[in-house]
Design a protein around this ligand. Structure first.
Ligand code: ADP
Ligand code: MG
Length: 254
């Protein structure tokens, strides 16, 4: 199970400025669903993801993961950030098996899975490489393998491809589509890129700032399996036009 539920959830950061990052958010993600949270910088996307991850606390309302209030991070929620922040002195393999080792999972259990996940992300020939020897895209692949090896119930991805060049970004989007098609894990994917949101997600939730709210929840009915070739299809273009109009409307009302 990997269900996420926000009910009348608000978050105000403490301190003199007291930014209200989320305001009365009602939002849920079902088991195995891929949901993209789309919005401009500063609208509260990371705040929402960090609540699910257990890095932040709500100010009002409730937020549950698998019907339980989240109080701390846990191996049932894998997190992938814009920078993979790998341990630089460890090899690719050692980085991926680090989490299971810390959790004291049996070697016979995690080793085959680590091999499988590194294969899924196309790094089967890079077990011995150090992070410094990898490209940005490869480091993000290690980050994804490292999250998946824990068999999380949900994958929380915060602009994971935001620092990559356009071409690498496309190949990572294709990789994620393929990985998701195989594993069907629940995914919360934060992005400010409209194309990326539509291409990947079952639903695109549009967020606006001040106050941080989800203003639209749009099902993306493009057939699966998908590929980056879908970016140029007419169905895709229709979704894009609809979402751009929505975002423009939100901006004009601001
Ligand atoms: P996004 O990920 O969409 O760019 P964030 O969730 O990072 O947005 O930020 C939402 C708002 O909350 C912004 O105004 C930001 O400045 C503020 N904010 C984020 N993190 C903190 C923090 N730790 N303390 C105070 N304000 C914060
Ligand atoms: Mg952010």
């Amino acid at each position: 199970m990997g269900t996420i539920n926000f009910t009348s959830a608000s978050k105000t950061y403490p301190g003199a400025t007291g930014v209200r990052a989320l305001d009365d958010v009602n939002f849920s993600i079902g088991e195995g669903e891929f949901v993209a949270l789309l919005g401009p910088s500063g609208c509260g996307k990371s705040t929402l993801l960090n609540l699910v991850a257990g890095f932040e606390d709500l100010t009002e309302g409730s937020m549950t993961f698998n019907d339980h209030a989240v109080t701390r991070p846990g191996p049932d929620r894998g997190v992938v950030f814009q920078e993979a922040s790998l341990l630089p002195w460890l090899s690719v393999w050692e980085n991926v098996v680090f989490g299971p080792q810390v959790q004291k999972i049996a070697k016979s259990d995690y080793e085959p899975r680590a091999r499988e996940m590194l294969k899924i992300v196309g790094l089967e020939n890079f077990h011995a490489a150090l992070p410094v020897q990898l490209s940005g895209g490869m480091r993000q692949r290690v980050g994804i393998a490292r999250a998946l090896v824990m068999q999380p119930k949900a994958l929380l991805m915060d602009e994971p491809f935001g620092a990559l060049d356009a071409q690498t970004r496309l190949s990572m989007q294709q990789l994620l589509l393929d990985v998701w098609q195989t594993l069907k894990t629940t995914v919360l994917f934060v992005t400010h890129d409209i194309d990326e949101a539509i291409l990947l997600a079952d639903r695109v939730c549009v967020m606006t700032a001040r106050p941080g709210r989800i203003t639209r929840d749009i099902p993306i009915t493009l057939r699966r399996p998908r590929s980056i070739d879908d970016l140029t299809s007419s169905d895709f273009t229709q979704f894009k036009a609809m979402i751009m109009a929505e975002m423009r409307g939100a901006h004009d009302n601001h």
